[in-house]
Design a protein around this ligand. Structure first.
Ligand code: ADP
Ligand code: ADP
Length: 233
């Protein structure tokens, strides 16, 4: 359902020379799978995810989601398409002045929904991520794992087709990481949501991904089933 076709993202480096942060990447991510992208810092993972998230228009190539070529959309169409993609982050990106409930409600407010409609969406999301009892707390009053649960609920508020995770567990301890990954797995199963997860942590990929790609210096150097890649010498 997500087709990344010959995507290159070129930047001008410090000395004026061109740098291909992503170089001629081809990947197909199937509907309903959990796909992992692993690589060292600087490998090009964030840059690739930013093109999927429509924050960057690639220098070359196409991103096709459900038959729609995102690289061909105009500004208005892009805003629409962006609602179909949810994103979670390493540092959660919550608004400190808003409660748990109001952080989750934010994308719905921006979409112009009424208070009643918003409540009908936020209540089951709080339940899904296990934060009903903490809905009136502020981000400073909850743990890192709980903050990421808020981030996940907020990302799901607009019923996206795809959830992008950019190092979402990198700031968490191993036990909290496991519980967040279990939550992502549950969401993948119950909602049938496609998840693309970028990480530098092998354990994360091993725990929940079906298929994966390995990036190095902007290129995909290997891709396939997780079990096959970890089995190879
Ligand atoms: P990763 O997410 O795997 O750590 P990034 O996608 O952040 O890798 O970066 C890949 C390479 O592209 C790095 O060398 C980085 O410095 C470079 N890069 C990323 N964004 C820009 C930019 N806006 N301008 C110039 N270089 C960039
Ligand atoms: P993180 O590693 O937490 O994703 P970075 O500091 O690598 O954060 O990147 C933050 C932002 O800066 C990203 O939007 C990235 O594209 C951009 N960026 C990264 N490397 C460079 C670079 N060498 N020159 C300009 N922009 C960059």
């Amino acid at each position: 359902m997500i087709k990344i076709q010959a995507v290159t993202q070129r930047f001008k480096g410090a000395n004026g020379a061109a740098v291909d942060a992503v170089k001629d990447v081809d990947l197909i991510i199937n509907k309903g799978e959990i796909f992992g992208i692993i690589g060292r810092s600087g490998a090009g993972k964030s840059t690739l995810v930013r093109t999927l998230n429509l924050l960057n228009r690639p220098t070359a190539g196409k991103i096709i989601i459900d038959g729609k070529d995102l690289t061909a959309l105009n500004a208005g169409q892009l805003r629409e398409a962006r609602r179909e993609i949810g994103m979670i982050f390493q540092h959660f990106n919550l608004l400190s002045s808003r409660t748990v409930y109001d952080n989750i409600a934010l994308p719905l407010e921006l979409a112009g929904m009424s208070k009643t409609e918003i409540n009908a969406k936020v209540t089951p999301l709080l339940e899904l991520v296990g934060l009903t009892a903490l809905k009136d707390r502020y981000p400073a009053q909850i743990s890192g794992g709980q903050k990421q649960r808020v981030g996940i609920a907020r990302a799901l508020a607009n019923d996206p087709k795809v959830l992008l995770s950019d190092e979402a567990t990198s700031a968490l301890d191993p036990e909290t990481t496991r519980s967040i990954l279990e939550l992502l797995q549950k969401i993948n199963k119950e909602l049938g949501l496609t998840i693309v997860l970028i990480t530098h942590q092998m354990e994360v990929i091993k725990q929940i991904c079906d298929r994966m790609a390995v990036m190095e210096a902007g290129e995909v150097i290997e891709h396939g089933q997780v079990i096959d890649i970890f089995r190879s010498p």
